[in-house]
Ligand binder design. Sequence first.
Ligand SMILES: [Zn+2]
Length: 560
Amino acid sequence: MSLSRIFKRLVSTNTIFSSSLPKLTGKQLKSLTTTELLIKLGFIRQPHAGITHWLPLGLATLENLEEVIKQRLSEGQVLETSLSSLSHSSLWHKTKRWQNDELYKLNEDFCLAATAEEEITELVKVYADTYKKLPVLIYQMERKYRDERRPRGGLLRGREFIMNDAYSFDVDKEGALASFNKMNKIYFQIFSDMRVPFVKANADSGTIGGDLSYEWHFISDKGEDTLYTCDNCQVTGNVEKVKPFIDENADAVDKAAVTYALTTDNDLVAFYYPEGRHLNTKFFDAEDIVELNTKITDQEKVLEIFESENPDGLKNIVRVVDLAVKPRTEMPDMPVPFSKSRMSTFEGIGLTEAQEGDLCSNCGGKGHLHASKGIEVGHTFYLGKKYSIPLEATFADKDGEKQNYEMGCYGIGVSRLLGAIAEVLRDEKGLRWPAIIAPLQVSIVMSPAFEGDHQKVQSLIDLLTKAGIRVEEDSSDLSLGMKLNRSKLLGIPLQIIIGKAFPKLEIEVRGKLFGKKGYEVIESKRSDWGIETEKRHGVVKHLVDIEHADETIKLLLQDL
Ligand SMILES: [Zn+2]
């Protein structure tokens, strides 16, 4: 038996999983969410919110996506492993993560793995016990579990998801940062392979000594995250992390708004910031002055609790004043009784989120920030010794001294990535997969006008398969129009119609064009290969002789 990919009949058998498919009207199509569309087209099934069954078409797409990621990691000499989905509580107690509400605890002993820092560190420390065996870069592609209270967004946020998680172990910080940079380069290649426009956003809160991390986002109006990019230094960051540049010589704002919060000791914190802007208490949190109680945010409730906890006026009040609020700014009155001796004030901290047109703090106010929406598809972290210390994970250095590993961790939500690609690229005709992950790259349909021998179609399939192209003939009993419609709905990049013009083939381009390298070569071969191209109703069609079908299709797929 050959070890090449097992041949699957994905299109012809799709009828089993999507009986209503060919009848979808444009209007119905538009009203469907991407998850509903993937379900209707027979890619996945969601028996409960946040849980996904993968059907043949969805599974084939997922496997192609996994293959691209594995290929890039393997080129970077990152080792593939597969850890058990069951993880023992003893490790999670050591890292103080057992209490996490989102962890699926099966009993006192085991949980379903939500991530693998604990297990992988425990594994690596058994083997990489000397500096001579470091660095180690290791990954797995596994199902992960998170007890989401409100799972939503189909593949974008599930209780179970497929994750590519990688980890690096180094002798020192310099080595760890080299591994971090290497993994970021690999991520850049992986997301470039997907063809969807993406950005690497700073996820670092910017505090001195803070950890290094990046979020990887697809740029999309449908994204949940707000990103800001500077038009001068080009740095992008998540709104939760981007601090606008405040010119200290600028005029005072007229009026301050106030938001109250409690500390975990029930002291009161009052944040003063320019009226009309959004407060981000995380910027204050990063200063590590007090610990905020983030569970109670209702303003009346906060003040009520503070007053009831403070009958004798012994509780503290912490005033935190934004950079742009100055002595001339009109301040709201303190709504609770207070004594000045119990009050402290912190000034000069930027407390507000960025907004369109703000100055960029990364380049000292030289550029302006511009908003876009993003879907997060990956995250890279430099961890330092955050896990190796509590897990007592050490190696012997050159002098035989025990040292803790310097670590990094890197994650791509693979099922989420697939959902995000579908979301960003779909159009009014259905899905549009990039050729690299499309379940099939070419579908062949025979027109009733074709009078030749079916063996010729089989020879074409063999020729294309030999050229490494994923191809299938739709041999169902649907009409020609229905077959073409189905192929387009499913997002297959190219359709070949075999009809009267045989041995000339009609090739219809369905996929989104991301480049023109392949097409430029086709242009140069046009007369040699006898290719004719026409565009009708926005659909590009190439007529090409069967003799040059494999070369032409390979070139077309390069751009899709
Ligand atoms: Zn800038």
